[in-house]
Design a protein around this ligand. Structure first.
Ligand SMILES: [Zn+2]
Length: 253
């Protein structure tokens, strides 16, 4: 059975946010410590990584991930791509380029940030090598069938995915009808709910809960979370079947 691991459940600042003073009570709960948003899908034939936040090395070592078959980059905001250099060790250990699936409009930003990860490969220096895989509505990765779709994050397109009864939709402020069609009849949905106040580029809690009412997945975990949320206190107020995600959460699907 494939497993989804929430590598990071935090918004772009991470939680705790640098420079911000928190109460001792808040920091005492490990579930209030959120690295930036990423997901790992452990399939029967390999691991698929979704996004590369700045804490990627720490996330992958924490979860004891020893191989990566391919990487999906949902979009190129800093909190989703600034860990891509850490893919270097997998390129070295697996002696191969890393397949990176993203939308065509996101490829240029990745080439600009990581020019050394594309040919020509320098002699005698260890660098990551990325090999772009074109976006498709349906792909097979890690022995899993993945349906990919596009949602909007402000004006930026973002990749969402579904495999079996599991779906992951991070960084979203609008779900087009084609994507909504892929989010029906789910066992588990992981959905962006960045904070309590409205946000121009993300669902806030109220908007996420309204979508959950519409799609009615059996279980929903909210992710890309700011420090507005105190894990246990918030969970006590959420409707049945809805909980906050946390770093290290594992979901079989
Ligand atoms: Zn974003």
């Amino acid at each position: 059975m494939p497993t989804a691991i929430i590598l990071g459940s935090g918004t772009s600042n991470g939680v705790p946010m640098a420079g911000f003073r928190y109460s001792r009570d808040y920091l005492a709960n490990p579930k209030n410590h959120r690295t930036r948003a990423a997901l790992l899908l452990e399939g029967p034939a390999g691991n698929v990584l979704v996004d590369c936040p700045p804490e990627l090395r720490l996330q992958l070592t924490r979860e004891e991930i020893y191989s990566l078959e391919s990487v999906i980059i949902t979009h190129t905001h800093a909190d989703h791509v600034m860990g891509m250099d850490d893919l270097r060790s997998f390129c070295i250990l697996q002696r191969s380029d890393m397949p990176v699936l993203t939308l065509e409009e996101h490829q240029a930003a990745i080439r600009r940030i990581y020019p050394y990860a594309f040919p020509p490969k320098p002699e005698g220096i260890e660098v990551p090598q990325f090999d772009f895989v074109p976006f498709a509505d349906h792909v097979r990765m890690g022995g899993m069938e993945l349906d990919l779709f596009v949602v909007m994050h402000g004006s930026m397109p973002v990749i969402g995915l579904r495999s079996g009864g599991f779906a992951y939709v991070t960084d979203v402020s609008y779900i087009p009808p084609e994507a909504e069609a892929k989010l029906q009849g789910l066992d588990t949905l992981v959905l962006d709910a960045v904070r309590l106040k409205p946000h121009p580029n993300h669902f806030n809690l109220e908007q996420a809960l309204a979508k959950i009412e519409e799609f009615r997945p059996k279980k929903t975990y909210l992710t890309h979370l700011s420090h507005d949320y105190d894990h246990d206190k918030t969970n006590a107020t959420l409707p049945p079947g809805v909980e906050l995600a946390y770093d290290g959460l594992r979901i079989d699907f």
